[in-house]
Design a binder for this molecule. Sequence first.
Ligand code: SAM
Length: 240
Amino acid sequence: MSDDIYDPDFVAGVFDRCSGAYRNWSAVASFGIIRSWRRACINGLNLPAETTAIGVDLMAGTGEAWPHLFARFPLVQNITAIDISPGMHRQAIDRLHKDREDRITHLCSNMLETNLPSDSAEFAISTFGLKTFNAQQHAVFAAQLKRILKPGAPFSLIEATDPIGWSFRPLYRFYLDGVLPQVERFFLNGAQDFTMIGAYTRNFGTGRTVLLALRSVGLSVDVKYFVGGSAVRFSGFKPK
Ligand SMILES: C[S@@+](CC[C@H](N)C(=O)[O-])C[C@H]1O[C@@H](n2cnc3c(N)ncnc32)[C@H](O)[C@@H]1O
């Protein structure tokens, strides 16, 4: 196996191994804040409450964003959930979302290579799926996002960042780089997969390469930072 942490096979392996514990781990390790950030992602979608749109959830994982999406937009017809990890899809289907099965289309595929039809999605969301891409992959991601969206369709993406300049950053880094790896080793039989989040967020920085990539393909983008800059939301639309 590759030791390039941005190799899609490597990333799929990390999330396959995490998938069983992912939901609880992400809630507990973030002290629940991750839920409000997923909600903030949905709030960034500029759609009417009664929309019946058909959209995509990019790097959807176990579908943690869907309860927030359906709470705000109850009539959304269908979401295509793209994720590269079969384990994450299985968790979504088996444990969480049986009652909305008919409104989710699962696509186990690499987002950077997906051949979803052009101009087909009436919205796109992504929660915490950008940090496992490097700058070059952000450019491919942005081109794919633009290609898939219908002209005029909105998108909202949220990701955890490295809060450079925040006074609590040393504490935050100590937690990500020092505490979480020990907790994972202890509770998950020596596993070191969730620990990768430390390296991914450090390399992701403030998300500047995503912003540049989205703008350079011609998407209209607003940026909002949360909690001292420890998460960033990119929301906007594909111009008509
Ligand atoms: C941190 S999880 C986020 C999952 C979910 N969106 C959430 O809010 O919890 C990142 C997800 O991105 C997926 N992923 C990473 N690279 C991908 C790629 N190239 N194509 C599709 N999915 C990918 C992983 O398998 C993983 O499920």
